[in-house]
Design a protein around this ligand. Structure first.
Ligand code: SF4
Length: 327
């Protein structure tokens, strides 16, 4: 199984004009791997997540699962494809129906998708799913408000697993959780990926978190992917000034590395997607911007092996990064 996203676009019409939430992004995720999709709020990563599971219909572009395009699929074919790609939401409290017990939530998915034949089979499968995510069968009778945040997120994960998907889009799955349970849920996700052979798209604003879970990382800025590469290369030796500033916002536990950190100040706020800056969209905030950056759009291009960046001056700015790491 491979997931390939090609030139995916989502523009919203508003009274003020079109908002270019996602503006032509491309990436691929190989089977059993995790792609981290990282960026500040408003960069288009959540819209991308919703397009991947077709909660939002793309304006244009393709989302290919094993060559089959789900971007434009409708009807029965869309229902079938939805079974292959599922989503785990940021806030399990908001995404679970407060009137349904955990067992009913899972049972409903199993019944609607006709995965089980009768109540006995349904109950057994619900218990299996709960066990898979580290919960006991007694949780089946509890309502969301009777569960802890971590337990609720486990139910959210079980619900995604109920249809036996191949790909799971994880939209900030740890952000709403207490710090103390984040590691547990992260370990659970890693175990499930390895045991079930799942493929993940892991969305987060936190490069420090994404680097721990991803094989490859795509960095988004104002609707575009501006850097794409192996997790180590992107997080340790970024080739785009924006990724550098995200990286520098992450405290490094190693004092030696900490002292080597280049501090790039991220100036100002993310510009409005209604009216993105001309040329390089990052130029109003970039400490290295030159005249060319205002006039010419930098294309995402391979700078070292399988490590791409969309900056006119990556080689000049970061000669130390070239060829050092390409995982
Ligand atoms: Fe900065 Fe120019 Fe590179 Fe854009 S193209 S990131 S403005 S140096």
């Amino acid at each position: 199984m491979t997931l390939v996203v090609e030139d995916l676009v989502k523009h919203y019409r508003t009274r003020e004009g079109p908002v270019r939430a996602v503006d032509g992004i491309s990436f691929a995720v190989e089977s059993g791997q995790t792609l981290g999709l990282v960026g500040e709020s408003g960069c288009g990563k959540s819209t991308t997540a919703k397009m991947l599971v077709r909660l939002v219909r793309p304006t244009s572009g393709r989302i290919l699962i094993d060559g089959e395009d789900i971007a434009s699929t409708r009807g029965a074919a869309l229902t079938r494809m939805r079974g292959r790609i599922q989503m785990v939401f940021q806030d399990p409290h908001a995404s679970l129906d407060p009137r349904l017990t955990a067992g009913s939530t899972l049972g409903e998915v199993l019944a609607v998708r006709r995965i089980v034949r009768d109540r006995v089979e349904r109950r057994a499968r619900v218990n299996e799913l709960l066990e898979l995510v580290g919960l006991t069968a007694s949780v089946a009778d509890r309502y969301p408000h009777q569960l802890s945040g971590g337990q609720r997120q486990r139910v959210g994960i079980a619900r995604a697993l109920a249809v036996e998907p191949e790909i799971i889009v994880l939209d900030e799955p740890l952000s709403a959780l207490d710090v103390s349970v984040r590691a547990e849920i992260m370990n659970l996700l890693t175990r499930l990926r390895d045991e079930l052979g799942l493929t993940y798209v892991f969305i987060s604003h936190d490069l420090g978190m994404v680097r721990h879970v991803s094989d490859r990382i795509a960095v988004m800025y104002l609707g575009q992917v501006i850097e794409l590469g192996g997790w180590r290369a992107v997080s340790d030796a970024p080739l785009h000034p924006y990724t550098r500033s995200l990286r520098d916002a992450v405290p490094v536990p190693d004092p030696e590395l900490e002292s080597q950190r280049l501090v790039t100040t991220l100036r100002g706020e993310v510009p409005d997607a209604l009216n993105p800056p001309a040329g390089c969209r990052f130029h109003p905030r970039c400490p290295h911007a030159e005249d060319r950056c205002q006039a010419e759009v930098p294309q995402l291009r391979e700078i070292t092996q399988r490590h791409e960046a969309a900056c006119h001056f990556s080689e000049q700015l970061y000669p130390e990064a070239r060829g050092l790491l390409s995982s």
